[in-house]
Design a protein around this ligand. Sequence first.
Ligand SMILES: [Zn+2]
Length: 67
Amino acid sequence: MKCSACGGTLNIGVSTMVFEGDNSPDTPTIAFQLLPMICSNPECSMYGGHDLSNPTKVVQTLRQKMN
Ligand SMILES: [Zn+2]
């Protein structure tokens, strides 16, 4: 995936898990993984900083269904 601002390759930061549907017994619990996409180009307006685990800006967050 490319950065929308500079066209450089995005890095994946620290992923987190979220769950949906687990507050009702009638709906199946669905797990999603959230993947923050971070630009590592210091010249870019969307540059996320040097620490991928604690970015100052996230270009886009991908949401992947886990089950
Ligand atoms: Zn960029």
